[in-house]
Design a binder for this molecule. Structure first.
Ligand SMILES: Nc1ncnc2c1ncn2[C@@H]1O[C@H](COP(=O)(O)OP(=O)(O)OP(=O)(O)O)[C@@H](O)[C@H]1O
Length: 482
């Protein structure tokens, strides 16, 4: 008589089947769904399928690993699943123009603690859900239009996806901006002119819980010193000569509930720095000429192209304000420090211009890219956008070549020969100095695309001084070299 097969105990058997079911189910999901992703307990990507990475526009799956999930999948709710430990079994997630049907499940360790989450994209073309999807698409279009209108009325044009770049430095900016959007702390944006400080400020606001509230901007350097206090805090009726008789609200009041973007904070006069510090600490202020205290709830994002620690060291900026502002600093790299991003930036900026003007989509060839990569970009992305626009205007070619740019880019840093040099190239010292000044101003205006504020900053002078100099040199050719 054959010996009976030794069956495992029924409890072991059940556990075995369960493990097998879990593994098979996972393999099955992975093979039949359009994409899958897993995150750890801090919502950082630990695994993503190649098709999903490709769909998201990543170079490969490896480039997503270790990054916060929102950086890789902008509308992801995986963090919510990790934080709340609840699955989201069927959801529609927007990605650009597409809608994805997704399922997200929390993952637990042996002790039942949340260890991460896994998400599956069930369809990226949800035809089987057509009636629901049609309704959803229509509602989404309506919502998008309403949001755009609201954002435009509140002064926000940019989202985080608009900060283009895949270099480590650009990714770090986006990572910190995501942190800044989640926190409600003061943010300090540091970087040269045209590096995207305002873009990031708007994007942080748009991604923060304050998104539905106002975004108000104030360029400290652009307001005459005598008017700054009223601009910040408002003025009581008849507070100063020439003030509106009814009084008026300042930017802090206008930004109540939302975000106040203070550009060029380094240009803030010392006496106002103390007042600003008080508002940041107490969230209250007194309008000019009033003894009424107003309470507000404003998040400040400040920006500067200046070296604030150096200004603190020589007493031009208050140390206590600097500490208060420097809670979450984000450094925006100059374009010359992330030249790897040039091809992507060029493509995106050319597409943006074509979409805006309704013209043909241009591209640049490899030789042109080398010319652009060799340039120093003192005006950074703003200058790049201007240069591309001018090259496109001046050429009929769909694909712009090196010669399109060689004509436009002045050799960085190389002063142009003084035009006044007389016989044997000799000129008076005054003539030579004036010519060098004109050349420097012309280059700064070129680099900033004619933006006088940015040009003044590049030259290290105030806007008022730039206007004086432009008036002095009015007779000479100082216009942009368009
Ligand atoms: N990373 C980026 N990707 C795409 N566009 C960018 C990026 N950075 C800046 N830009 C574009 O460059 C232009 C200048 O950006 P922005 O005004 O934000 O710079 P800024 O640092 O605030 O300059 P400034 O200090 O002169 O005020 C804008 O048109 C913006 O859209």
């Amino acid at each position: 008589m054959a010996r009976p097969t030794l069956l495992p105990s029924s409890a072991d058997h059940a556990a075995h089947i369960r493990r097998q079911a879990a593994r098979d189910l996972f393999d099955y999901f992975e093979s039949c769904c359009e994409g899958a992703v897993a995150v750890d307990g801090e919502a950082r990507v630990v695994w993503i399928t190649e098709p999903y990475a490709a769909f998201l526009g990543l170079q490969d799956a490896g480039s997503a690993l270790g990054r916060p999930v929102e950086e890789v999948i902008p509308n992801s709710l995986m963090r919510e699943v990790v934080e709340q430990g609840q699955p989201i079994l069927l959801d529609i997630m927007a990605h650009g123009e597409r809608s994805l049907v997704v399922t997200r499940l929390p993952l637990r360790d042996e002790d039942g603690r949340i260890a991460g989450a896994v998400g599956f994209v069930l369809y990226d073309d949800p035809r089987s859900l057509q009636p629901v999807m049609t309704k959803f698409s229509r509602l989404r279009a309506e919502l998008d239009a309403a949001r755009r209108e609201l954002a435009a009325s509140r002064g926000v044009r940019y989202r985080l996806e608009d900060f283009v770049g895949e270099s480590a430095a650009a990714r770090e900016v986006r990572r910190l901006a995501v942190c800044a959007a989640r926190a409600d702390a003061t943010v300090l944006l540091l970087g040269e002119t045209g590096t995207g400080k305002e873009l990031v400020a708007q994007a942080v606001h748009a991604a923060s819980p304050r998104a539905g509230r106002p975004f108000v901007g104030l360029n400290v350097a652009a307001v005459p010193e005598g008017l700054l206090e009223a601009e910040f805090f408002g003025a009581a009726p008849g507070a100063y000569t020439g003030a509106d008789r009814k009084g008026r609200d300042g930017k802090f009041k206008l930004a109540d509930g939302g975000t106040l973007f203070l550009d060029e904070i380094g240009d803030m006069p010392l006496h106002l720095q103390a007042k600003l510090l008080r508002v940041l600490q107490e969230q209250e202020f007194e309008p000019l000429g009033s003894n009424r205290v107003e309470r507000i709830d404003v998040r400040v994002i400040a920006a500067t192209s200046r070296d604030l620690p150096a200004m603190v060291a020589d007493g031009r900026f208050r140390a206590d304000l600097w500490y208060r502002l420097n809670v979450l600093p984000i450094e925006l790299p100059p374009l010359r420090a992330r030249r790897d991003d040039l091809p992507l930036l060029v493509a995106v900026l050319l597409n943006r211009q074509a979409a805006r003007d309704g013209g043909v989509r241009r591209s640049v060839d490899a030789a042109a890219l080398s010319v652009l990569a060799a340039y120093d970009w003192p005006g950074n992305i703003r200058e790049l956008a201007n240069v591309l626009e001018r090259a496109a205007m001046l050429s009929e070619q769909r694909c712009l070549g090196a010669d399109s740019f060689a004509r436009i880019l002045s050799p960085a840093g190389a002063p142009r020969a003084p035009a006044e040099a007389g016989a044997a190239g000799v000129s008076t010292l005054a003539q030579a100095v004036a010519a060098a000044e004109r050349a420097a101003i012309r280059r700064a205006l070129d680099a900033s695309g004619g933006n006088k504020m940015a040009a003044a900053r590049l030259l290290g002078i105030s806007r008022a001084t730039l206007y004086e100099k432009l008036a002095q040199h009015a007779g000479e050719a100082l216009s942009l070299s368009r």
